[in-house]
Design a protein around this ligand. Structure first.
Ligand code: PLP
Ligand code: COI
Length: 341
């Protein structure tokens, strides 16, 4: 019989809680071991680990969803596995194979299935795969040993309010350099985002929007999410840049917009001075899902898109279709869903 846990499913935020088991695998002497599930949520590593001093680490974020019939499914885990391989290549870390990554996700979710929130609560089981350079090392060079792990946490909303709009402001700070690590999911980008985020939150905004680091004229990221806008001609537009994290949610929305909603989809520069070309705008990501952007404060003036209080109709259709697919109510494009069985 399935184990019960005492969790208020309707009021989950986005915070850590220890669950039962996590997956852990070690790379040494040129290969990964078989990996195993462990109960302990602590890791003991050398004080000279590259992850601690030189930021040699990367991570992923994906979710497990409970469907109406009570089964559990993952959304495009192969894409997270591939993106993690790209992050590893960037930081000279060993690749964790796609098939092993997907199997490890399935194993961890199964081992913690009583933490997957019930269908209808909006909650999901967030999976956090990560890799860190460990072992004795002093110079700036790749580690001799690596740890790959996946833990899971039940989560609710990332931005408070669900599919109700929130406001953002534009920061002068950069989360990544023009030819740096912006397209990789590495901790350094997030360390660089903490101060700008804090400043925006203190000004009353949900998060900050980053402009392109080279010219500061184009919209890139919305905090920890990608940007999209809907033009007055009903085009789905999203920025393209080598310093944006390629969002799996964003690429999924591009497919949904084109193939299921019949919109024109364009990846191109989005000039911050031309925000009025959009009648709706949103932030998208695994944690953010789709968070409608009410308005953007640029140079002290709030530019409102559809409304500060209501989601626009196209953003709502995108949201309903994406969530419908993720929770198993709408048939998914081929290969998007992996059942946890
Ligand atoms: N941009 C940044 C900086 C992120 O941290 C994330 C979260 O993963 C995203 C965008 C959204 O990516 P995804 O849709 O793959 O979660
Ligand atoms: C995600 O959407 O998975 C993220 O990684 C966002 C944030 C929690 C870092």
């Amino acid at each position: 019989m399935e184990k019960k846990v005492n969790i208020d499913w309707d009021n989950l935020g986005f915070s850590y809680m220890k669950t039962d088991l996590r997956f852990v695998s070690i790379w040494e002497d040129g290969k990964w071991d078989d990996g195993k599930l462990v109960e302990d949520n602590k890791i003991t590593i050398s004080e000279a680990s590259t992850a601690l001093h030189y930021g040699q680490q990367c991570f992923e974020g994906l979710k497990a969803y409970r469907t109406k019939d009570g089964s559990i499914q993952l959304f495009r885990p192969d894409q997270n596995a591939k993106r993690m391989i790209n992050s590893c290549k960037k930081l000279l870390m060993p690749e964790f194979p796609v098939d092993k990554f997907i199997q490890a996700c399935i194993d961890v979710v199964k081992a913690n299935e009583h933490f997957v929130p019930p269908y209808g609560t909006g909650g999901t089981l967030y999976m956090r795969p990560y890799m860190i350079g460990i072992g004795d090392n002093l110079g700036v060079k790749p580690a001799p040993k690596y740890l790959f792990s996946i833990f899971v946490v039940p989560v609710g909303e990332y931005f408070k309010g669900g599919v109700t709009p929130v406001n953002f402001d534009i920061t002068d700070a950069d989360r990544a350099a023009p030819h740096g690590t912006g397209a990789s999911k590495v901790g350094g980008n997030y360390a660089a985002s903490m101060q700008p985020h804090k400043e925006s939150a203190e000004r009353g905004y949900a998060d900050c929007i980053y402009l392109d680091p080279a010219t500061h004229t184009k919209i890139e990221e919305v905090g920890s999410a990608n940007f999209f806008g809907i033009t007055h001609e009903d085009e789905f537009v999203t920025p393209v840049s080598p310093s944006i994290l390629p969002s799996i949610t964003k690429y999924s929305l591009m497919h949904i917009a084109k193939e299921m909603l019949g919109l024109k989809v364009v990846e191109r520069d989005v000039l911050v001075e031309k925000m009025d070309e959009f009648k709706e705008a949103g932030a998208c990501g695994t944690a953010a899902v789709i968070t409608p952007i009410g308005g953007i404060d640029y140079k002290g003036e709030l530019h409102v898109f559809y409304s500060e209080t209501e989601v626009g109709p196209i953003t709502k259709k995108l949201y309903d279709t994406l969530c419908g697919i993720q929770f198993g109510d709408i048939e998914a494009p081929e290969g998007w869903i992996v059942k946890v069985e």
